[in-house]
Ligand binder design. Structure first.
Ligand SMILES: *Cc1c(COP(=O)(O)O)cnc(C)c1O
Length: 383
């Protein structure tokens, strides 16, 4: 839906109790279509990274466009298997033996993070395709916190001799080295570096997954060049390429709809809303970023500046500072944009703040409240 239409939508639906995460089927579909077109043009399959987004109520839409899921744990793998279906890539930074036994029953691929884990559990895992995560030593990330190839990184094997020792056991390899990479040339260089350094390995394998963190569904991303690059890589090494889009699958498809509860003045105007940045969109606080808002906020007619802050007692529980086209009042609804990824999966009961419900705006226009949370869930999350 067009930018400022979400502001109209929330005002037209006062019956929806805030706070709520709102997923917009139309926006989601746009990403899905781009992902599918990448598959058609390049041959690269895409599996959804569940750690970013696990709202299974929209999986029946997503699994028509994607090839399956990838995971960070047994729980995620099981969710992917049960709710999404298709391919289930099971990866974990470190598996326990019981988990490998369990995941082995339904995973379609199991990926180990180290040669030691692969060797230890190979006898349990074998029979389904086994892969190894490799850290190629090149990466793209705006933050050290999320740089998989940072110094001393535990994420993936690095030693060539060790990798060579398990070549006979694996049919594939995972390189996950990008984070929020919207720069095609940077991606392209990384892929070239991987091809040069690991050509010897790729030629012995059937599949390679290039991980997530590539913003290829973003407006303006050179999709044709991207597809061509993937296709050439796949043909050169005669290998099936996978992508693991998390954020790219759901980017801009979700909102956190909040309501202004109070407006305080301390040199600046601060609107306190009925949600919390650190609790409902924690990456904002972790990475010190400002939440996105859509027009008319910060548009040409917006002159009234407010800091939008959350209701926990954390001083830095702040969504950001924005210009609005009119003064804000208690009761005003504020849809915070781009709130689908790393939000619903990370929300907590910190401060006992009400957990946002989950609302879906389906493609046919139906508005469905698929989940609400109340006091009994708060209590049962504790003991
Ligand atoms: C986090 C992660 C992803 C998804 O990353 P996005 O940035 O959300 O696309 C994919 N694969 C692996 C191995 C990951 O750790």
């Amino acid at each position: 839906m067009a930018e400022n239409r979400m502001w109209d939508f929330v005002r037209e639906h006062p019956e929806l109790k805030t706070p709520y995460y709102l997923l917009d089927g139309e926006r989601l579909l746009k990403n899905m279509e781009r992902i599918k077109s990448v598959r058609e043009k390049s041959g690269a399959k895409s599996v959804l990274a569940l750690k970013c987004f696990s709202t299974w109520a929209v999986f029946p839409l997503m699994n028509q466009y994607m090839d399956g899921t990838t995971s960070s744990s047994l729980n995620e793998a099981q969710l992917g298997h049960e709710k999404f279906g298709k391919e289930t890539h099971a990866y974990s930074v470190a598996w326990s033996e019981e988990e490998v036994r369990e995941v082995r029953k339904f995973a379609t691929k199991i990926i180990f993070n180290s040669v030691a884990q692969l060797d230890n559990f190979y006898d349990i895992a074998k029979g389904i395709p086994v892969g190894l995560r490799v850290n190629p030593g090149v990466s793209y990330s705006h933050h050290t916190l999320s740089d998989p190839a940072r110094k001393y990184s535990r994420l993936g094997a690095t030693d060539r001799k060790e990798i060579e020792s398990v070549v006979g056991k694996i049919s594939g390899v995972m390189f996950h080295v990008n984070c929020e990479n919207d720069d095609f040339d940077a991606f392209s260089k990384i892929l070239d570096a991987i091809g040069e350094k690991y050509g010897w390995l790729l030629e012995k394998l059937e599949w390679v997954t290039l991980g997530g963190g590539i913003y290829f569904t973003k407006d303006g991303y050179p999709l044709d060049k991207f597809c061509e690059k993937l296709k050439v890589f796949s043909e050169k090494h005669s290998i099936q390429v996978y992508l693991e889009p998390g954020e790219s699958s759901i980017t801009r498809a979700g909102y956190l709809v909040t309501k202004v509860l109070d407006i305080v003045h301390n040199e600046i105007d601060v609107a306190v809303v009925d949600a919390a940045a650190n609790v409902h969109m924690p990456d904002l606080v972790t990475y010190q970023e400002q939440a996105k808002m859509e027009l008319p906020v910060n548009g040409p007619d917006a002159t009234y500046e407010y800091q939008i802050a959350g209701r926990t007692c954390l001083a830095g529980d702040i969504f950001g500072t924005y210009k609005f086209p009119a003064t804000l009042r208690v009761g005003d609804l504020i849809p915070i944009a781009d709130a689908a990824g790393y939000t619903i999966v990370q929300k907590t009961w910190f401060n006992g703040v009400p957990m946002p419900s989950i609302v879906i705006k389906r493609l046919d226009g139906r508005v469905e409240v698929v989940r609400t949370f109340n006091y009994s869930e708060y209590v049962s999350s504790l003991s």
